[in-house]
Ligand binder design. Structure first.
Ligand SMILES: [Fe+2]
Length: 254
């Protein structure tokens, strides 16, 4: 047996098991299943709060791309992706991995249709802005069709998160859209999505931009309330793409 293997269950393994239990059956409102889901979700949140970069064998990176304490001989590689993803595990119920953002990088505003999510910063700092679409498009269905994909939405929150912060949580109907910006240098966060993105099952990732109120007023007289914004679906911004890299941490078995 490898040292450290088997005698103690890694925190990553415990998080994955708890994610599986939590998202195994879809929660329903006003019944026992909903209560059990909330309890499991709360446990998952507590476990995620404990996870630190060292648990994933992640070495915090510096702005020049090298690891802390290790001078880099290579200049910043301009062809390199601004964001990379380390796959940890995926089942039908959930996917788990780590997103690493270079200094100044952003994951543009996007949605998670019908999905739950939880993200926990491993190092560095991120700013997360969370939005939700409002149910009824202003001006009725006709106006919505006329304006294409501009939808009235609401900014729920903007906050900064570090490794000391609680996980940031999203659900199908709360904080479902978000933009994530690296603040003051490179950063990485662990991410759980449930169920995983699956374009064949109606869960594709869409990107959005906030449309200035003035641009929309010409076509619709609806006044936006405080914190409301117009969101327009856009194609994936050209300055954003996500590469892959190997996950160096403990293996997860489910
Ligand atoms: Fe996301």
């Amino acid at each position: 047996m490898m040292p450290g293997d088997g005698t103690m269950t890694s925190i990553v393994q415990r998080v994955a098991r708890q994610a599986l239990v939590t998202f195994r059956s879809p929660p329903r409102v006003n019944d026992e299943a909903a209560k059990a889901f909330l309890e499991n979700h709360s446990k998952l949140r507590s476990l995620m709060t404990e996870v630190r970069a060292a648990d994933l064998k992640l070495v915090p990176r510096r702005a020049d791309g090298s690891s802390a304490g290790v001078p880099s001989a290579l200049p910043y590689h301009h062809g390199a992706p601004p964001v990379t993803y380390m796959h940890i595990c995926e089942t039908d119920q959930f996917s788990m991995g780590v997103f690493l953002l270079k200094s100044g990088a952003s994951i543009p505003l996007h949605d998670h249709p019908g999905m739950h999510g939880m993200l926990k910063v491993m190092y560095g700092k991120v700013r997360i802005s969370c939005f939700d679409r409002l149910e009824r498009p202003a001006g009725g269905a006709q106006a919505a069709a006329h304006m294409g994909s501009v939808r009235r939405s609401v900014l729920r929150s903007t906050g900064e998160f570090t490794e000391e912060s609680e996980p940031c949580v999203l659900s199908p109907d709360r904080d479902n859209l978000h933009q994530i910006d690296a603040v003051d240098g490179p950063t990485a966060f662990m991410d759980i999505l449930a169920p995983p993105y699956d374009p064949d099952d109606g869960r594709d990732c869409h990107y959005y931009r906030v449309v200035p109120d003035a641009e929309v007023k010409n076509t619709d007289q609806a006044e936006l309330k405080e914190k409301e914004v117009w969101l327009m679906e856009i194609s994936q911004p050209p300055d954003f793409w996500c590469g892959g890299e190997p996950y160096p941490g403990p293996e997860v078995r489910l």
